[in-house]
Design a protein around this ligand. Structure first.
Ligand SMILES: [Zn+2]
Length: 323
């Protein structure tokens, strides 16, 4: 009999796949439900495909055996290889759709939105160019395919009895987690990661929305939704053995970071980009999108806590302390 050493929880198997990205390898999961399910696919490279094929074979499966693919969110390291499974049912959150379908109008509106956002937050032109270049680079590693089933909060999944969907937006607007009530197991995508804090990446409004979501505030709400989880299997790194402790630590660290940003602001009135440069003097040119998301996210949090306020002067936002 085949010994399935990759089993991380009953009927759940973890597979680790390399990516060319800074985040390192990504974890995908096989669930042996009524339908054989793959959660996330890894990135679209030859190497990732080879590794996924070989690892599946060790479980005695081929790509053609997969009947259901669930995508936790739209980032390329999670969805890149999905077109290899066009024979399977593809299920994901509604907001993964425009990314996977390559919706031109969505991408154009997104680009316009970010141009305006960056101008309003005082971001230098050369940094905007760097961000756009990096976005285009990531998009090379993804698939184009339609979604068969859209998943949202509380949904049960056909073919996967005992599992349900928890919407956990913050890291990505499309982020969902899969929860098994029987043993409190969560497949969390990038919502919970043990060794790094998930970035609450700023995104443009989606269809039917008019304003950008305040992603760090959303992320904090999504963290609080998962306090009951017993064990979480993450998109990157090791399982989260004590999700409650990790969540409480993350929530606390965000408050501490926000306060540090308020101190850095002192008595000055600064744009979020000026603050970003002070916070991340080395990193802001290397990872401009992420560092800006971090800065703006924590400014949103400080505004929510009524610790700072934003003043709009000539269409540029500047932040200062609330006395
Ligand atoms: Zn991600």
């Amino acid at each position: 009999m085949l010994v399935k050493t990759k089993e991380v929880a009953p009927s759940v198997y973890g597979i680790t796949i390399p990516t060319p990205f800074l985040v390192g390898p990504v974890n995908v999961y096989i669930i042996e439900g009524e339908r054989l399910t793959l959660v996330d696919t890894g990135v679209k490279t030859e190497e990732a495909k080879r590794v996924l094929e070989a690892e599946l074979l060790e479980l005695d499966y081929r790509f053609s055996d997969i009947e259901l693919v669930i995508l936790t969110h739209h980032h390329p390291d999670h969805i890149g290889l999905v077109e290899e499974f066009d024979h399977a049912t593809i299920a994901s959150h509604e907001k993964t759709k425009p990314w996977l379908e390559g919706d031109q109008r969505f991408f154009e509106q997104k680009n316009d939105f970010f141009r305006e956002l960056y101008t309003a937050h005082g971001v230098d032109e050369n940094i905007v160019a760097l961000i756009e270049k990096s976005n285009a680079y990531y998009l090379k590693y993804t698939s184009r395919i339609g979604i068969d089933v859209t998943l949202s909060e509380g949904d049960r999944i056909e073919g996967l009895p005992g599992w349900s969907v928890i919407e956990t937006p913050g890291h990505a607007q499309s982020q969902i987690s899969l929860y098994r009530e029987r043993d409190g197991v969560l497949i969390s995508g990038d919502h919970l990661i043990a060794h790094i804090s998930s970035n609450a990446i700023i995104e443009a409004p989606y269809k039917g929305e008019t304003e950008r979501p305040k992603t760090l505030l959303q992320y904090r709400d999504s963290l609080k939704k998962c306090l009951h989880v017993k064990r979480a299997f993450s998109g990157h790194g090791k399982p989260v053995e004590d999700p409650k402790a990790l969540i409480e630590e993350r929530l606390q660290k965000q408050i501490e970071k926000a306060k540090a940003i308020k101190n850095l602001l002192g008595e000055e009135t600064l744009t979020s980009f000026e603050l970003c440069k002070r916070l991340y003097p080395q990193m802001y040119t290397k990872q401009p999108g992420l560092t800006l998301s971090e800065t703006l996210g924590h400014l949103d949090l400080l505004e929510e806590m009524n610790e700072v306020k934003a003043v709009n002067e000539n269409s540029v936002y500047r932040y200062c302390k609330v006395d």
